[in-house]
Design a protein around this ligand. Structure first.
Ligand SMILES: *Cc1c(COP(=O)(O)O)cnc(C)c1O
Length: 445
């Protein structure tokens, strides 16, 4: 007798129908991010890191030209960071952060509030949650003020993370499509990206400002943007002048101003923070990636005292009822403080990085395949001239990645956008090798 089609049987049948008959080249128990395992090559096993290098099981070193998804700030296996984490682990590895506090968290909060000009620090675990916290604080601040405002404004091409709130404010695309019906509505403003030799920047900025003005006619809780540099959206850059104009209009509307500096913070953009470099002062700032020097997962949301004051009072509903198990993890705080020490000790490493990129990028800019060269701090980028649709899935990216890998350089183009975002410690020789590898790849296309 046939067994009745139980739910588990049906799942099995469906899985059979859906799963292509391919041998997956990854570990049978792992599900890696942003990867289609049906077509992905085997990952390379990395056994160690050393400065700008990743050391593979195969024995060949590889230059990590994108700082392992933009986090590694001072280089891999940095002895100062390793020691700070080890020392902290020997005394206090974790403690609940309600009812208790500790010196590494207090020290980090003091230093970050001095550096950002935003007095209050709220901990979370990564960039997405740092953004979620900023959005929730902004919404509740209006709620607590008995003037609920509902509209959030974000920019075209934005990326703020992969949790639901962060996805909602990010650009809607292929990645968000399965969830679009669950994402709250957001008003959008064009992002007037610019590059070397761009003659239209002013008119693009004026268009964007006009859209912003009309969006702001509706009472707005917050405006969120990635100052100076949109990362995942394609390493696109805007001018400080534009951000100052945005800030002025946001202030007039009394909306709160959120800077997502998850990528741009901690020297990436040639200053401590992109907001500083642009001359703007947000009310809330999300930080992660380079916060711990890229060693440990941690996020923080900085808030001004004005915002914080809106949550003070005896009534329970004023409280910000949000928190994470690993809030203010002492190991993360120790790494962040040590990374801070390194940045303070040698600020020229990030202040002058642009000058290291510039001659190479200028040289590359004349290559017939290179369009829209642009540079900010340690981030250099350009578009490869391609036929057909541009975007994350443009096939040119994987081709360039493969050629670069053969030359010992790890690149991970965003579609047709090729960029270098190396750790600050990369040597001149290694940087030169990255550029000659890119030229080699472009010549092969
Ligand atoms: C990476 C990134 C995030 C998300 O950070 P995760 O740690 O990956 O969650 C948010 N905003 C920006 C600007 C980012 O670059």
């Amino acid at each position: 007798m046939d067994p009745a089609p139980s739910p588990s049987n049906m799942t099995k049948q469906r899985r059979k129908a859906m799963a292509p008959k391919v041998r997956l080249k990854h570990h049978p128990n792992l599900w890696p991010p942003f990867t289609q395992l049906a077509i992905a090559d085997s990952p390379q096993r990395v056994v160690a890191g050393d400065g700008a290098l990743l050391l593979r099981e195969s024995g060949e070193p590889l230059i990590d030209a994108i700082s392992s998804w933009w986090v590694t700030l001072h280089g891999h296996a940095h002895p100062v960071l390793a020691e700070a984490i080890a020392e902290q682990a020997r005394s206090l590895e974790q403690v609940i952060f309600a009812d208790f506090s500790h010196t590494p968290a207090e020290r980090l909060a003091e230093r970050l509030s001095t550096k950002t000009g935003l007095e209050r620090l709220f901990f979370s675990d990564n960039g997405s949650t740092a953004v979620e916290v900023a959005l929730k604080i902004a919404c509740q601040w209006w709620h607590n003020n008995n003037e609920p405002r509902h509209q959030i404004i974000a920019f075209d091409g934005a990326y703020h993370g992969d949790t639901f709130g962060a996805m909602a404010v990010g650009e809607r695309n292929l990645f968000s499509a399965p969830f679009d019906d669950k994402l709250f509505p957001v008003a959008r403003v064009p992002w007037p990206a610019t590059w070397w030799g761009d003659n239209d920047v002013e008119s693009k900025e004026q268009d964007a400002l006009r859209v912003l003005e009309s969006c702001l006619e509706c009472p707005t809780a917050a405006v969120i943007l990635e100052p100076l540099l949109q990362g995942a959206g394609g390493m696109t850059m805007v001018r400080p002048e534009f951000l100052k104009q945005v800030e002025q209009r946001v202030r007039q509307s009394k909306a709160l101003f959120i800077a997502d500096e998850v990528l741009t913070g901690f020297g990436r953009c040639g200053d401590w923070f992109a907001s500083h470099r642009a001359g703007i002062t947000p009310d809330l700032m999300a930080l992660s990636k380079g916060l711990t020097g890229g060693c440990l997962p941690m996020g923080v949301t900085m808030a001004s005292e004005k915002i914080f004051a809106g949550f003070l009072g005896a009534e329970p509903n004023l409280t910000f009822w949000h928190g994470h198990s690993f809030t203010a993890n002492p190991l993360g705080c120790a790494a962040a403080n040590a990374s801070f020490d390194l940045l303070e000790a040698e600020p020229e490493h990030f202040l002058c990085f642009e000058d290291r990129h510039r001659p190479y990028l200028e040289d590359l800019a004349s290559h017939p395949r290179v369009q829209r060269p642009r540079l900010l701090g340690s981030v250099a980028a350009f578009d490869v001239a391609v036929e057909g649709a541009t975007g994350y899935l443009n096939p040119i990216g994987p081709i360039i990645k493969r050629i670069a890998m053969e030359q010992g350089v790890f690149l991970r183009p965003l579609g047709q956008v090729v960029y270098l975002l190396p750790p600050l410690c990369i040597s001149d020789l290694q940087l030169r090798h990255c550029y000659s590898t890119i030229r080699h790849a472009l010549d092969q296309l």
